[in-house]
Design a protein around this ligand. Sequence first.
Ligand SMILES: C[S@@+](CC[C@H](N)C(=O)[O-])C[C@H]1O[C@@H](n2cnc3c(N)ncnc32)[C@H](O)[C@@H]1O
Length: 174
Amino acid sequence: MKSGEPSRTALAAARHRAAHQLLEHGSIFADPLAVRILGDEASNISQEAEHNPSGRRMRIFIAVRTRFAEDALAAAVERGVRQLVVLGAGLDAAGFDPAQQTFFTWLGVVPYLTEEAVWSTLGLIASLPNGAHVVFDYSDPPDSLPPEIAARYFLNRVASIPEKGGHILRAATI
Ligand SMILES: C[S@@+](CC[C@H](N)C(=O)[O-])C[C@H]1O[C@@H](n2cnc3c(N)ncnc32)[C@H](O)[C@@H]1O
């Protein structure tokens, strides 16, 4: 990842969110800025997604996890939470006051982290003095999967992602 630029994995997630607006009309997660934020032509985004039909499963998964987090955030705001922190933000920005009750979204990041980093982040969130909410997604660690599935879904991606200048994926995304 180059400093001052969003990571490739974050851009890929943002492209899936934008493609969901164009191909499924935002039926799971509506975001009027998802296409514009990329600074790319809508026609390029939908053509690219249509040429890669296997990306549909990941696109729908990303739309669902984003919708889940946004609904949980809306419920927290109704209960008085006024601070949001986006961990592993990608194209978003975040600020943080530890004294305020905080809602954390941590989407698409845990599979890239060591187990130690995951527990230490959860420990920090749990230790905040005024309480916190967190929404995150995670994947099965490779040694918990049947070997043929691990080989098919995990090992291929671990081998390919760092070569593309991305992050090391430590768990399977199936
Ligand atoms: C798939 S993107 C998800 C971006 C965004 N949260 C979303 O849902 O669109 C993965 C994110 O994890 C972050 N990331 C990857 N490895 C990381 C690490 N070891 N420590 C902290 N963040 C990491 C990347 O910078 C990137 O923003």
